[in-house]
Ligand binder design. Structure first.
Ligand SMILES: NC(=O)C1=CN([C@@H]2O[C@H](COP(=O)(O)OP(=O)(O)OC[C@H]3O[C@@H](n4cnc5c(N)ncnc54)[C@H](O)[C@@H]3O)[C@@H](O)[C@H]2O)C=CC1
Ligand SMILES: C=CC1=C(C)/C(=C/c2[nH]c(/C=C3N=C(/C=C4\NC(=O)C(C)=C4C=C)C(C)=C\3CCC(=O)O)c(CCC(=O)O)c2C)NC1=O
Length: 291
């Protein structure tokens, strides 16, 4: 059994503990067992699981795996510590708030011979899986992905990083991209922000990504994809799948821990993750230059 610690008890961390306590039967995650959790607050217990200190989590030999579910600004440091301590790491996206930090972390994981896995539940949703099928084989001429949501608490980093899931959608659908322009409108007093990035596909087709957050904005993604043969103006409407998103991700991570994921798939994932973080970095740079 792979002893596991969960770090950070927010929405994601609680779901991680829940899933570890009742893994999907006959799945790789049955090989994981939760040994404790780490929090900066004194919580004592969570779902019957005991709080332990970060030091204990790093030093205990029966803990081989860490799931990092804290706010984004602390991911890099926590991943580094757990990898240095010889643990495998699963981190909620984004793994870091700069491209160079992410490259360093992947190098460290390789050097230590440990699995580094970045969760991407946005790729596991039923609507995305259908969208990917619908887009396959079509030629994009121009497209927009407009995300709206409520304001984020502090610690989530620049919006191209906290919104990496949208960038990851675009890259999964249309291939590697370049950034043409980017700008950020921020009204701190209103807790409002809007990031607009102009991207280009390898065929020089324009894609616009808008990430907009403010009070009263509900969590939604609007698309407008113009292809040579048709236009898509809404996400496919499909029922939710029976297995939860974080549970699907846990299974994928567990399969990596058990060596069941082909190297080519691991490499492709790593390349996509680094590409998206490089785009996020460039978007941040251009936004700050244009400000
Ligand atoms: N909630 C979701 O559905 C998803 C979340 N994620 C990722 O999971 C991670 C955690 O997100 P959530 O659980 O939703 O956030 P959250 O805000 O519910 O939880 C974050 C945890 O960090 C603690 N925290 C935040 N700032 C702190 C500070 N400055 N000092 C001490 N403690 C602090 C909070 O108390 C909480 O325990 C993020 O990286 C996010 O991008 C990724 C995909 C989906
Ligand atoms: C209800 C309040 C609610 C909160 C506070 C919330 C937080 C939240 N959801 C996220 C992603 C996400 N959250 C979800 C889904 C959910 N996540 C949930 O907490 C719930 C209940 C669902 C519904 C099934 C998905 C699928 C993602 C991946 C990114 C995406 O596709 O939008 C993220 C990561 C950053 C981001 O991509 O925006 C945060 C911080 N999501 C919420 O819905």
């Amino acid at each position: 059994m792979l002893g596991t610690v969960v770090v950070g008890i927010g929405t994601a961390g609680r779901v991680r503990i829940r899933d570890l306590l009742s893994p999907l039967s006959s799945s790789a995650s049955e090989k994981m067992t939760v040994k404790g959790f780490v929090s900066r607050r004194s919580l004592g217990e969570e779902q019957g699981v005991k709080q332990i200190s970060l030091e204990e989590a790093l030093n205990r030999e029966d803990i081989e795996v860490a799931i990092v579910s804290t706010e984004n600004t602390s991911h890099e440091d926590q991943i580094r510590r757990f990898l240095e301590a010889g643990k495998h790491v699963c981190v909620e996206y984004p793994m870091a708030l700069s491209y160079t930090a992410a490259v360093d972390l992947w190098d460290l994981a390789q050097q230590k011979g440990k699995v580094l896995h970045e969760e991407h539940i946005e790729l596991l949703t039923a609507d995305f899986k259908q969208l990917k099928k619908d887009v396959a084989g079509k030629n994009i001429e121009e497209g927009t992905l407009h995300f709206t949501g409520g304001p984020l608490q502090g610690g989530f980093g620049f919006p191209s990083f906290s919104g990496i899931a949208r960038l990851t959608w675009l890259v999964e659908l249309f291939g590697e991209l370049t950034v043409k322009t980017a700008s950020l409108v921020e009204e701190k007093e209103n807790r409002y922000m809007k990031l607009t990035a102009q991207l280009l596909t390898q065929d020089q087709r324009p894609l616009t990504w808008i990430e907009e957050r403010g009070p009263g904005l509900s969590r939604a993604k609007n698309i407008n994809f113009r292809f040579d043969t048709c236009t898509m103006e809404q996400l496919p409407i499909v029922p939710r799948e029976p297995v939860g998103l974080f549970m699907q991700d846990l299974n994928l991570f567990a399969q990596k821990l058990l060596g069941q994921v082909p190297p080519a798939q691991l490499q492709a994932e790593r390349r996509r993750i680094l590409h998206c973080l490089e785009l996020a970095d460039r978007i941040q740079q251009l936004s700050q230059e244009s400000a």
